[in-house]
Design a protein around this ligand. Structure first.
Ligand SMILES: [Zn+2]
Length: 435
């Protein structure tokens, strides 16, 4: 059987299977958005591989039993994370963020020279290194991406090249003992076996151990209509109320929260066992956030139905604009070939009828094509010789930075379109006859 036959058979099976919640196993699941069959958002590919590109269903659901918002179509993690194009330390603002993070957490929860800290999804050690600088006694990093974890090479840090789960948790306990602190950043949303991993965290923690993790916040997705955050790597869109339900099944408590202004809006959650000293003094911030989420209806189907409708309207507005511009014979290129761009492109149905090529500032992507849509990716230099009438800025979160890089293009009459948070044209004052 060919790969594509197997995948289409799997897809048909996937759609017919009754959907259950990954957290509480309830069948009370409500569909929010069906993106159709899409290529993996991180699956940048060479031209010669286009014919064999697999596609998978992508559907977002809400569980009315435990309030978890989740993608129900799980792609094997080995396909997504074994080789990874994302090195945290390449981003300077992230580096500073993690230095502050290590200082805050170790001064609050650790006696560094007697402590054991485990991080899963440790990437290239961006957080473990500052913990080592804080003189934490035992540091263990776990990550499945071989090419990324192998760059750590620091004698102060023990590494395990694997997915974290019950077995790795037991191995760590046997070799190093229980942990004072377990950390996980931008990874708690990526785990198919969320129950196995959470049980492993609980079992590996000491009685007064703390689990701290950062993850993209559901509220930002809903309020900012950030539907471009939704792809197969991001299985869950965590709210506090859903996490409280989840951890209560493990006799654990969220005892503090902290909003983090990176990746378009994240939340840091602090969790401990119900019997630990931390669970006795829950921060007022937890109650405030909970009340805020209930006021906004994060426990109600209607909130998510409205979100799904708003997303569909936003897509229509974007496609109307692109169709109008193409009718006038205007040329358009995309800017920012990220995973987020790939969701917008595939969901909206942006094909080569609308866009001629893509630009991205990461040299590693040059010469590759975008997954699903197959636009060729070029560096910013292409704008010097080939000036499209419009640039569609998929990396809209970095709009000002991109506008600055494209000053010459804008000064020469080039225009920019943002797909989110609203569909908008930003143009130079020279000519506005298109609008
Ligand atoms: Zn549930």
């Amino acid at each position: 059987m060919s790969v594509s036959t197997k995948i289409s058979r799997d897809k048909a099976q996937a759609r017919s299977i009754k959907v259950t919640c990954a957290f509480c196993q309830s069948g009370k699941m409500h569909s929010i958005i069906d993106f159709g069959d899409v290529a993996l958002a991180g699956g940048f590919l060479k031209k010669e591989d286009i014919a064999n590109e697999p596609k998978f269903p992508l559907r977002l659901f809400f569980c009315t039993e435990c309030f978890a918002v989740q993608v129900v179509d799980v792609v094997e993690p080995e396909l997504l994370f074994n080789n990874y194009f994302y090195f945290s330390s390449a981003i300077r603002s992230l580096k500073e963020h993690f230095v502050d993070y290590a200082m805050e957490v170790s001064s609050r929860f650790l006696n560094p020279e007697e402590s054991t800290v485990v991080e899963f999804g440790c990437n290239d050690g961006i957080l473990l290194k500052p913990f080592a600088d804080q003189k934490v006694r035992t540091l263990i990093g776990v990550d499945p991406a071989t090419n990324v974890i192998n760059t750590i090479q620091d004698p102060r840090i023990n590494t395990i090249n694997d997915f974290f789960g019950p077995k790795v948790g037991r191995d760590i306990e046997t070799k190093y003992g229980k942990a004072d602190l377990i950390v996980a950043n931008n990874v708690y949303a990526h785990i198919p076996d969320i129950n196995g991993v959470t049980a492993a965290v609980r079992d590996l923690l000491k009685e007064d151990g703390v689990f701290v993790f950062e993850v993209h916040y559901l509220g930002k997705v809903i309020e900012g209509l950030q539907y471009d955050m939704i792809y197969h790597e991001h299985l869950y869109y965590h709210s506090l109320i859903a996490l409280q339900n989840h951890f209560s099944r493990y006799d654990m408590t969220v005892f503090d929260v902290k909003p983090i202004p990176i990746h378009g809006g994240s939340m840091r959650y602090y969790v401990a066992k119900n019997t630990s000293k931390y669970a006795k003094s829950i921060s007022a911030r937890v109650d405030l956030l909970k009340r805020d989420e209930l006021t906004k209806g994060y426990n109600k189907i209607e909130t998510y139905s409205n979100f799904g409708l708003d997303v569909a309207l936003r897509k229509e507005k974007l496609m109307d604009l692109l169709a109008r511009l193409k009718k006038k014979g205007r040329s358009i290129a995309g800017y920012g070939a990220s995973g987020r761009a790939n969701t917008i492109i595939q969901y909206s149905g942006i094909t080569s009828d609308y866009i001629d090529f893509m630009i991205d500032d990461a040299p590693a992507k040059e010469g590759y094509c975008t997954p699903g849509s197959h636009f060729e990716i070029y560096s910013n230099r292409r704008l010097q010789e080939d000036r499209p009438d419009y640039l569609l800025i998929f990396a809209w979160g970095y709009f000002n930075e991109i506008a600055e890089k494209c000053r010459g293009y804008l000064a020469a009459g080039g225009r920019m379109i943002t797909p989110l948070p609203d569909v908008k044209v930003v143009f130079s004052p020279i000519n506005d006859a298109d609008l």
